[in-house]
Design a binder for this molecule. Structure first.
Ligand code: HEM
Length: 265
C-alpha cells in the first residue's frame, strides 16, 4: 500500500491551477508573467490572512474568561495559550508585509498593460481584511481581541490600566499587551506599505473600486488598540504626579539650615 504523497496531502494540483491570468494568450509573455506574479501575491496574502484570522480568533477565545462555574465566578481563560497564538499571528503579519513589498518589483509598463483586465476587482473587496480589521479594532473602536483582553484582566482581578503600569510584574498579561501592540504596529506597517506601493504604481489614478486611491487609503490609516495606547500614555501622567508629590513631601520633610544646626548642637 502506498503512503500519502506530498502532492495529494497539500492538493498541489488544485493549488497551482487557480492562477488564472486574464491577459490574452497572444500578449507578450512578460505581461502574462507580471499578471501571474500579481495574482500569486494576492492569493498568497489571502492564504496568510486566513491563518492570521484563525490565530487571532483562537487567541481571543483563549483569553476570554470561561463560563461561570457553580459559584458564579468566571474562570480565567488561558492567557499563555493566547500568547502562543498572538506570537504566531504577529510573525505571519510580518510575512504579509514582506510579501506586499515584492510587488514593488512589478514593472509599471507591464502593470499598465494588464490592469484593464482587473475591471472593477479590488483589494477593497477583501472579506478577510474586513474580518481582520474587526478583530483588531482601531483608534476609536475596540476590536474583539482587545475586548477579550479586557475581560481576561478583569477575571484575573486586575485591569489593563494596572497591567500597563506594572509592566513585567503583570506577567502573562503584560506579554499579551506587548504582543497586541506588536500586532497593531505590524498591521499599521502593512497599511502604510500598501499606500506606498499603490502610490508608486498608480500615482493619482483612481482605484479599480473607483476610490480616489492614495487619498482614500491615507484616510483609512488607523492604529489598532487605541485604548491600550491611551492607557499606556497615562502611565507617564501617573508617574509625573507621583514624582511631584514625592518632591513636595521631601521638600516639607527637609529640615531648614537653622533647625539642623540646632539639632547638631
Ligand atoms: C500593485 C499592487 C496594488 C495596488 C496598485 C493596489 C491598489 C489599491 C487601491 C487603489 C485601493 C483602494 C480601493 C480601490 O479604489 O481600488 C486598494 C485597496 C485595498 N487593497 Fe490594494 N493594491 C495592491 C496590492 C494589494 C495586495 C497585494 C493586497 C493584499 C491582499 C491588497 C489589499 C487591499 C485592501 C485590503 C484594500 C482595502 C484597504 C482599506 O480599505 O483600508 N492590495 N488597493
Amino acid at each position: 500500500m502506498s503512503g500519502l504523497t506530498y502532492r495529494d496531502y497539500l492538493r498541489i494540483d488544485s493549488l497551482l491551477s487557480i492562477q488564472d491570468t486574464r491577459t490574452p494568450e497572444t500578449a507578450d509573455t512578460a505581461v502574462i508573467l507580471a499578471e501571474h506574479f500579481f495574482i500569486v501575491a494576492h492569493q498568497a496574502s489571502e492564504l496568510w490572512l486566513k491563518q492570521i484570522i484563525a490565530d487571532l480568533s483562537a487567541a481571543a477565545e483563549s483569553l476570554a474568561p470561561k463560563k461561570p462555574g457553580d459559584d458564579g465566578e468566571l474562570d480565567a481563560g488561558e492567557p499563555e495559550l493566547g500568547v502562543e497564538y498572538l506570537s504566531r499571528a504577529n510573525d505571519v503579519l510580518l510575512v504579509l508585509h514582506e510579501q506586499l513589498i515584492t510587488l514593488e518589483k512589478l514593472p509599471l509598463r507591464l502593470f499598465a498593460e494588464f490592469r484593464p483586465y482587473l475591471d472593477t476587482a479590488s483589494g477593497a473587496e477583501s472579506a478577510q481584511f474586513k474580518v481582520l480589521s474587526n478583530l483588531l479594532g482601531d483608534d476609536e473602536r475596540p476590536g474583539e481581541l482587545y475586548e477579550a483582553f479586557c475581560a481576561a484582566t478583569a477575571a484575573a482581578g486586575t485591569s489593563v490600566a494596572e497591567v500597563c503600569r506594572d509592566g513585567v510584574r503583570s506577567g502573562v498579561h503584560h506579554r499579551v499587551a506587548e504582543l497586541l501592540l506588536d500586532i497593531g504596529n505590524a498591521y499599521w506597517r502593512w497599511k502604510v506599505a500598501h499606500l506606498g506601493l499603490m502610490s508608486r504604481s498608480l500615482g493619482q489614478q483612481l482605484g479599480t473600486a473607483g476610490s480616489t486611491g492614495a487619498m482614500y487609503l491615507a484616510g483609512r490609516l488607523t492604529m489598532p488598540f487605541g485604548e491600550l495606547r491611551k492607557l499606556r500614555g497615562e502611565v507617564h501622567a501617573q508617574f509625573a504626579a507621583e514624582h511631584s508629590e514625592r518632591s513636595a513631601a521631601d521638600h516639607t520633610a527637609r529640615p531648614t539650615a537653622g533647625h539642623s544646626e540646632q539639632t547638631a548642637a
